[in-house]
Design a protein around this ligand. Structure first.
Ligand code: ATP
Ligand code: IP8
Length: 266
């Protein structure tokens, strides 16, 4: 039974899917990341993945994040949830057939939100998984909301929530850019990357960060940063790394030197 402190790893939907093509899977990235996770051999790891071109387009089409307005959205909720289970299944295949004891946990079955924020979490299964050295895998999901009827729970909110719940030693966030920049590096060639930021420094620049260039109902980089701030406040360091580049996630998990942005409390 494991006593080691947990690492929470987020794999961005921008990495494992093709955000320009609805339901486009990036199988090469999924396979390589599964190899890296196997090789890193972490004892106490929670993985969360994003929605990319699976969850976001259908959630946007039916305005699922805004909550229940009329019955035409019911199919949209079902579709959003379903395509996330499909993406999750592809991701789980890659992990499990490599010999990683990963177990998928469906957020909509163990969590609810209130106005978009997690207000209920049945933690027993994940606690048990961690104790027995399984690797729980969660994902951004369409979930039930006590005020809105339903909404979208982002992988980023999940990451910060789980890291706090399980007193994680760190968070690693894998995206499709090298780290956090002063502006969006995809639209501004002069964007400057930060190697390290304290919470004070981060709070000062938060307003100027961009969202996402692709369809993203949960707000891209700006929202990602807003979500992780409470975890950093609790002393959990966050490392943002380029998960499209081979071995970057591996090195981040192993604590080896690799390019990225480290965000720490002080
Ligand atoms: P998903 O929500 O599907 O999991 P993701 O987490 O992989 O996706 P996004 O939410 O799209 O990724 O956020 C990453 C994107 O944020 C990058 O592709 C980048 O273009 C954009 N971005 C906007 N502003 C910034 C910034 N200041 N620094 C770095 N990236 C930024
Ligand atoms: O991609 C949202 O999670 P994210 C997933 O982590 C859905 O923002 C269902 C759109």
């Amino acid at each position: 039974m494991s006593q080691a402190k947990t690492t929470v790893l987020k794999i961005g939907g921008s990495v494992i899917t093709d955000k320009n093509k609805e339901l486009g899977v990036n199988m090469e990235a999924i396979s390589r990341l599964a190899d890296e996770i196997l090789e890193a051999n972490q004892r106490n790891l929670i993985i969360v993945h994003g929605g990319g071109s699976f969850g976001h387009p259908v959630a946007q089409e039916y305005a699922i994040k805004d909550g229940f307005k009329d019955k035409s959205q019911l199919l949209g909720f079902a579709e959003t949830h379903h395509v996330m289970t499909v993406l999750n299944g592809i991701f789980m295949d890659a992990l499990i057939w490599r010999g990683i004891p990963a177990v998928s946990i469906m957020p909509s079955s163990c969590m609810t939100t209130r106005n978009g924020r997690i207000n209920y979490f049945g933690d027993t299964p994940i606690k048990q998984l961690l104790k027995m050295e399984f690797i729980p895998v969660l994902y951004g999901d369409a979930v039930f909301d006590t005020e809105l009827g339903f909404t979208i729970l982002s992988g980023d909110q999940l990451v910060a929530f789980l890291a706090t719940q399980f007193s994680a030693k760190n968070i690693v966030i894998g995206v499709d850019v090298d780290g956090l920049y002063d502006t969006d590096p995809k639209t501004d060639a002069k964007a400057k990357m930060f190697d390290r930021l304290t919470l004070n420094e981060l709070n000062k620049i938060c307003g100027q960060l961009g969202g996402s260039n692709a369809c993203d109902v949960t707000g891209g980089m700006r929202n990602k940063i807003a979500e992780i701030i409470p975890a950093v406040e609790k002393g959990i360091p966050v490392f943002i790394v380029n998960a499209t580049k081979p071995k970057y996630v591996y090195k981040a998990l192993k604590g080896e030197n690799v390019k990225g942005t480290l965000i720490e409390k002080e």
